[in-house]
Design a protein around this ligand. Structure first.
Ligand SMILES: C[S@@+](CC[C@H](N)C(=O)[O-])C[C@H]1O[C@@H](n2cnc3c(N)ncnc32)[C@H](O)[C@@H]1O
Length: 266
């Protein structure tokens, strides 16, 4: 079952928590954009723009484009407006979003994994149908559900007094490269798919928790009472300490696989 994406204001994303690892989180945004084969798109939309970090990457390559950002989180949009006050940002949900004018580049960094599995490609195809020929849809999603950070999150959730509360919390796996290709190719002249693993040297095991608190751990912590939350985090930390070795400089290497798709409309 897919989890809340931020539409519930009580469970809104926190821009401040997310930006604790801004440099690391923005790396894939740059790597995705580097593979977009457009020289000077007129109209660019950052879907799920978050605090505007990915929008800033788009702006540096396409300073003259009409560039706008949308996101379902009011906190993220507030932060994006402060970061790039000269650009247009709006609160909206991808499940009901439609562009006001034809878009040359739809770009989405680390967002579509939060949508329900069956919604993702119907949304992408619906948006691509509005694009001109040669328009590009570029998407990056984490591929980390089988990494120790996420396996142990689920293990912690299953093994504690909170097991009942957290029983239905899980995230839909992402479509495989073959499924992605088959979903998009009928509409596209090219579908380029690639995969990269980043290795982030974080300060400590606690830093791994700080990282996932900004994203994947949110659905597990949001339903818990403050004391339960503390106990959950203590238990999760022990499991992380057993799974990730301490490096020669005292840091902890967090492997972070990500999947990239750059599709060009026929
Ligand atoms: C991991 S952040 C990515 C932020 C930014 N794009 C980046 O590159 O760092 C995921 C963002 O997706 C947004 N999001 C999740 N579900 C969404 C939806 N259904 N519609 C619009 N935005 C959504 C969240 O609010 C959050 O800001």
């Amino acid at each position: 079952m897919a989890t809340s994406t931020g539409a519930n204001p009580a469970h809104d994303w926190s821009a401040a928590q997310y930006l604790k690892f801004e440099d690391e989180r923005t790396m894939p945004a740059r790597d995705l954009l580097a593979r977009v084969p457009l020289q000077s798109p007129k109209h660019v939309v950052d879907l799920g723009c978050g605090p505007g970090n990915s929008t800033a990457v788009l702006e540096s390559r396409y300073p003259n484009a009409h560039l706008v950002g949308m996101d379902s989180s009011p906190d993220m949009i507030r932060k994006a407006k402060t970061a790039l006050p000269h650009r247009e940002f709006s609160v909206g949900d991808l499940t009901s979003y439609s562009p006001k004018e034809p878009v040359d580049l739809f770009y989405s960094n680390a967002v579509f994994q939060w949508l329900k599995r069956e919604e993702r490609f119907s949304i992408i195809r619906k948006l691509m149908e509005t694009q001109p020929s040669g328009g590009v849809f570029a998407v990056q999603v984490p591929d980390n559900l089988m990494e120790p950070s996420h396996v142990l999150m689920r293990e912690t959730a299953r093994n504690g007094p909170w097991a009942g509360t957290l029983a239905n919390i899980d995230r839909d796996t992402f479509q495989s490269p073959q499924e992605i290709y088959d979903e998009l190719k009928p509409l596209c002249s090219a579908v380029n798919i690639f995969h990269t693993s980043y290795y982030h040297a974080l300060e400590s095991h606690k830093a791994v928790i700080e990282w996932v608190k900004g994203t994947g751990l949110r659905p597990y912590l949001d339903p818990l009472q403050p004391e339960e939350k503390e106990e959950f985090l203590r238990d999760y930390l022990k499991r992380l300490e057993a799974a990730y070795p301490v490096s020669v400089d005292g840091k902890v290497l967090l492997r972070y696989p990500r999947l990239f798709v750059v599709a060009t409309k026929k």
